[in-house]
Design a protein around this ligand. Structure first.
Ligand code: GLV
Ligand code: MN
Ligand code: MN
Length: 401
């Protein structure tokens, strides 16, 4: 096995440069197809080229850095778009760790490795959009019709990358396996003082948009018993949902009402409408199904009780995905040699592109700790030492393939 010697200062330097695109405080605002995202991808393509990897954008803006040669090779990477308020490492770490490993491997005559930054992992248009299209789980035509919160379609957004994207298709058959390094985004490794998580499975997710419509009215003259107040509907739905789900979930199950918009959102108007999202995640498809039934029944009951009309539409479904056992074993043995006694096997509660890619090739993941378990926040961070250790484990796992 040829050792792949990564260079820590180059890894950390590129991560800092990437943070500069859309930087906001210590975090980033770099949603998919924003100017910051496109500029970051352009810079990343230049770094790939300088490393001897051929940069190719596919038609949705997924960026691949391909090593010389034609044969199937290992693919590594993640995403470089961010949440509307995102941390500097979510996705970026996996992309730069992959780039560093791929170029270090070229330098030392190791195996050919490709690096990727998938587009719209963070769900401006859907969930894990770029890797979902690339893995063939949604057609480009269907994806093009998806809209963001402002009603912009994916087709319109990706047109802003037209000068970069689509030169050449890069299909999954070009690659033999996929490894994604990522920050944990939860508290487990940090609390245990451990350095590496070897991911065994990635939870599934369901997301739906809901609308309660009542009667918009005067907040001074409308008696309480005559109101059909959409906000009161949402408040009661949220409370009732927690009560009804309590008996159907495990301690690892999560559900979130993360977005809510009142109409017309004015202090002296009884709200006539509320739009909100409900998202739920679990490692078992059957439990996701049972939760769905409870969520629908709760919304129906609240609407009926309060005289509200209810509309809902599904927004994203990603099935739970196991990681490939052989690849996970490679990561585990790399962790054993780089950070002996300081790693664990664990599930991923966050979603990752690997869940989509797993439909096309063996896929696995490794985590590094997140300080205080904070992510999807400007406060997200990981110690420099842990970032370097994660890349060393990644490089060792890659070299062993
Ligand atoms: C991906 O960022 C997720 O929400 O898990
Ligand atoms: Mn991510
Ligand atoms: Mn994220």
């Amino acid at each position: 096995m040829t050792e792949i010697e990564i260079r820590p200062e180059r890894l950390l330097g590129d991560l800092e440069t990437l943070r500069g695109f859309g930087q906001c405080g210590s975090g980033v605002v770099r949603p998919a197809y924003s100017q910051a995202d496109i500029e970051a991808r352009r810079w990343l393509a230049g770094r790939m080229e300088a490393a001897g990897l051929r940069p190719v954008f596919d038609t949705v803006g997924n960026l691949f850095g391909l090593p010389p040669g034609e044969g199937p090779c290992l693919l590594m990477g993640s995403h470089s778009d961010s949440q509307p308020e995102g941390g500097w490492l979510d996705g970026a770490y996996g992309v730069i760790a992959a780039l560093e490993t791929a170029r270090a491997s070229l330098e030392c005559g190791g195996p050919p490795i490709a690096a990727v930054s998938f587009q719209d992992e963070e769900g401006r248009f859907s969930t894990l959009t770029g890797s979902r299209i690339w893995s063939g789980l949604i057609s480009l035509a269907d994806a093009d019709a998806l809209t963001d919160d402002e009603g912009i379609t994916l087709a319109e957004a990706r047109a802003s990358m037209r000068d970069l994207a689509g030169a050449e298709p890069v299909g999954p058959e070009r690659f033999s396996a996929f490894i994604e390094a990522h920050i944990e985004q939860g508290p487990v490794l940090d609390e245990a003082g451990e350095k590496i998580g070897v991911v065994e499975n990635i939870v599934g997710i369901r997301s739906e948009r809901f609308r309660f419509t009542g009667q918009q009215n005067h907040a001074g003259t409308t008696p309480m018993h005559l109101r059909r107040d959409a906000f009161q509907g949402l408040a009661s739905f949220a409370t009732e949902l927690n009560r009804r789900l309590a008996g159907a979930v495990t301690p690892a199950t999560v559900w979130t009402i993360g977005q809510a918009a009142l109409h017309p959102n004015a202090g002296s108007i009884v709200p006539g409408r509320v739009d909100f999202t409900v998202q739920w995640r679990d490692a078992e498809t059957e439990r996701l199904d049972r939760m769905e039934a409870i969520i629908h029944a709760t919304a129906d009951a609240v609407a009926a009780e309060r005289g509200l009309a209810l509309e809902r539409s599904a927004y994203a479904t990603i099935d739970p995905a196991p990681c490939d056992p052989d690849l996970a074993a490679r990561i585990e043995s790399a962790a054993k040699s780089v950070v002996p006694g300081s790693w664990r096997r664990m599930p991923s509660g966050a979603l990752h592109d690997a869940a989509n890619v797993a439909h096309r090739m063996p896929a696995a993941m490794l985590f590094v700790p997140s300080k205080r378990g904070i992510s999807h926040s400007f406060e997200e961070d990981t110690s420099r030492e842990d970032l370097v250790l994660g890349a060393r484990v990644l490089a060792r796992a890659a070299a062993s393939l």
